[in-house]
Ligand binder design. Structure first.
Ligand SMILES: Nc1ncnc2c1ncn2[C@@H]1O[C@H](COP(=O)(O)OP(=O)(O)O)[C@@H](O)[C@H]1O
Ligand SMILES: [Mg+2]
Length: 384
């Protein structure tokens, strides 16, 4: 793990009056760039060839006398593969621009977490040591942390033989490398039947199935809580709820839009929904549940400070389901900018806007934090 003091050394070479916000061009990059230009920063997106035009063409920035008049992406590098960002000369390109890098899930998926921890010598606005915690199945993964924090998560079913009510079986997709091969089952028989069909279709592998996490399915709506922790806030709450999103997932959303008689006609290949995120929507919660949200956030932050020193920094996302008795269950945690924050781009979100009295997206909140840290000469406290 690159030590914080090494990163602070890198930072000491930076010109704080000329900071660039850098991202891997995917996931939530547009939200981050939008927020950055709003707060007067220049932006730098590292793209992969074949999927770069969103950034290089369609949302490219145009400035007049330094003032932004179109788009959000100021400068760009296009590499053959995303992970070329890790090459020493390309890291140097980030540092030469005084870049503070905002890690997203694409960064930790396309680049190895070992390399991010040990070799990526660029100041990140995030907790470097926490990024790995979202790899389900490792020793100190997010479930471990939730347990330590005393947070509710869906009960784990140790053996498929013990399935006695609806469960979610979580394992990676065999072909769509970054996607899920999730399926549900409500009995051991159904588990066997579905897993055999999926194995036959090549959707999952035996190894993945053997180490799959089986957990109780929470029947209820999904609320992804887009939260923020400010280590430098001295007066107001350090924890902020910026927004709440929920996601469009294939093919689940197609299934729920079919009337039951049509659902019944689906063939073996269509009958089991997949959960591939392909869009986002915005939500709010009834007010009496907000107190619960803050309690979840407080406990999570406290546990990260205790077990993952220095603890969470900046944006994070608690992905929750709420059951019929209004209990929250955290089924996934992103210790970085969440995957659904594009829903706030430029417009902000009711909660973030209300708190900041101006449109406050996650991307903008990130930039505001970096701006405040620069003004207070406390940048070293928000990077790792
Ligand atoms: N225990 C659960 N009960 C009900 N739905 C769940 C549960 N766990 C996950 N889901 C659903 O599956 C989707 C993906 O789950 P998640 O754990 O976030 O996977 P990933 O780590 O790939 O993002 C969620 O958006 C949610 O709709
Ligand atoms: Mg998730």
């Amino acid at each position: 793990m690159i030590e914080r003091k090494e990163i602070i050394e890198v930072l000491s070479e930076y010109d704080p009056g000329n900071i660039t916000i850098g991202v891997l061009a995917s996931h939530s990059a547009l939200d981050v760039c939008d927020g950055a230009v709003e707060e007067g920063f220049r932006t730098y997106a590292v793209c992969e060839r074949g999927r770069e035009r969103t950034y290089t063409e369609y949302f490219r920035a145009k400035r007049q006398n330094g003032k932004i008049i179109r788009g959000v992406v100021d400068s760009i590098d296009v590499y053959n593969r995303f992970n070329e960002i890790l090459k020493p000369e390309n890291q140097k390109r980030l540092r030469d621009r005084n870049t503070i890098f905002i890690p997203n899930r694409s960064f930790t998926s396309y680049c190895s977490i070992d390399a991010i921890e040990d070799d990526f010598k660029v100041p990140m606005f995030a907790s470097r040591n926490m990024l790995r915690s979202e790899e389900r199945g490792i020793e100190k993964d997010y479930y471990w942390l939730l347990e330590r924090a005393g947070l509710p998560y869906p009960e784990r079913i140790e053996r498929p033989e013990d399935i006695d009510s609806l469960v979610m079986v979580k394992l990676p997709h065999a072909v769509k490398k970054l996607e899920r091969g999730f399926f549900t089952a409500s009995s051991y028989d159904e588990f066997k039947q579905k897993s055999e069909a999926f194995l036959k279709q090549g959707v999952i592998t035996h190894e993945a199935l053997a180490s799959a996490r089986i957990e109780r399915y929470i029947i209820g709506p999904v609320f992804n809580l887009d939260l923020f922790y400010s280590p430098i806030e001295e007066e107001m709450s350090r924890i902020e709820l910026l927004g709440i999103d929920w996601r469009f997932e294939t093919s689940l959303d197609g299934h729920v839009r079919l009337p039951a008689p049509q659902q019944m006609t689906l063939n073996e290949r269509q009958i089991t929904p997949e959960y591939t995120v392909c869009g986002h929507n915005s939500a709010t919660l009834r007010e009496s549940l907000l107190e619960d949200v803050f309690e979840l956030a407080e406990k999570y932050v406290e546990a990260t400070r205790r077990y993952y020193e220095p603890g969470i920094i900046g944006p994070f996302c608690l992905q929750t389901c709420v059951d019929k008795d209004l209990n929250f269950y955290v089924y996934d945690v992103a210790p970085r900018v969440g995957g659904g924050t594009n829903v706030h781009i430029s417009a902000g979100h009711p909660y973030g806007n209300m708190l900041w009295r101006t449109p406050m997206s996650t991307g903008r909140r990130v930039a505001v934090e970096i701006r405040r840290a620069i003004e207070q000469d406390r940048l070293s406290e928000i990077v790792t």
